[in-house]
Ligand binder design. Structure first.
Ligand code: NAP
Length: 258
């Protein structure tokens, strides 16, 4: 039976735009109370205003997930207001494009500080409350290329592979506490994500599928209602992972830089 999301307390990182914003809208329509986190507070305030007629008691909390103090404030304010967290959606991330040979290490570190360590910080800070309440669901938005490295995306892939490994380990530790851990892997999605990319090399990276962010947001809601270990999204992307699983050497040849 599907879980009723009414009155659930949901924390979403990266809620100021794209997939996170759409997921916040859907959770609010389902009757959940949503905590929006991202760096651009003005966009979170607009979202809060847009949701004023929905039943939940929402809250915005401007947060840079790479900063420990911000994360502590996010979790502290959430627990002060609601006393619990039922669902955490780890969605915030930045992209990174460039050849390894051209890599700007500072930029690479900054992407890892957000995508990998930032997500770890938020999860680690919320976990004790889920353990105490003996329930919870952690949903992480990874990527199809969190399972297969591709040219020019080394640091982004490293961050997504890293967070997938972290979440798999976490799952094995939290089952006994009744905490579910899920991973969603979208292919390319029509958001501002790739427009914000600062390129370290003049390269073109190709989109696989091109989903509407609402499709991914709906998949997040569905995952919250019916928790599963993982979901690969998009037909082409599923084919991509399938092919890679059976013929990895052929796949290396297809995607290599020419
Ligand atoms: N778009 C795609 O093609 C695609 C494909 C596969 C997977 N994904 C994954 O989907 C998720 C959402 O991406 P999207 O496409 O919706 O991109 P987006 O529109 O660029 O949204 C990214 C969100 O992350 C937030 N964010 C970035 N850095 C942050 C930080 N340091 N602290 C807190 N929030 C931060 C941004 O808000 P602020 O700038 O306000 O902080 C924004 O709300 C990401 O995990 C991404 O890796 C995207």
């Amino acid at each position: 039976m599907a879980i009723d999301l009414r009155n659930k307390i949901v924390v979403i990182t990266g809620a100021s735009g794209g997939i996170g914003r759409e997921a916040a809208l859907f959770f609010a329509k389902e009757g959940a109370s949503v905590v929006f986190a991202a760096r651009r507070g003005e966009l979170l305030a607009e979202l809060l205003d847009e949701l004023k007629d929905t039943p939940g008691r929402h809250m915005s909390c401007p947060t840079d997930i790479s900063k420990e103090e911000d994360v502590k404030t996010l979790v502290g304010e959430t627990l002060k207001k609601y006393g619990r967290v039922d669902i955490l959606v780890n969605n915030a991330a930045v992209s990174y494009v460039g050849r390894v040979a051209d890599m700007n290490l500072e930029r690479a570190k900054s992407a890892l500080d957000i995508n990998l360590f930032g997500t770890i910080k938020v999860t680690r800070c919320i976990l004790p409350c889920m353990i105490k309440q003996r329930s919870g669901h952690i949903i992480t938005v990874s990527s199809i290329i969190g399972r297969r490295g591709v040219p020019y995306r080394s640091i982004y892939c490293a961050s997504k592979f890293g967070i997938e490994g972290f979440m798999e380990s976490l799952r094995s530790e939290t089952e006994k506490h009744n905490i579910a851990v899920s991973i969603i892997r979208p292919p390319s999605v029509k958001t501002d994500f790739s427009k914000k990319i600062k390129h370290d090399s003049k390269v073109t990276h190709h989109a696989l599928d091109n989903l509407d962010p609402r499709t991914v947001a709906r998949a997040i809601i569905d995952m919250a209602k019916r928790p599963r270990r993982e979901l690969n999204m998009g037909l082409l992307a599923k084919g991509f992972l399938f092919l890679n699983g059976i013929f990895p050497l052929l796949f290396d040849k297809i995607i290599k830089e020419r």
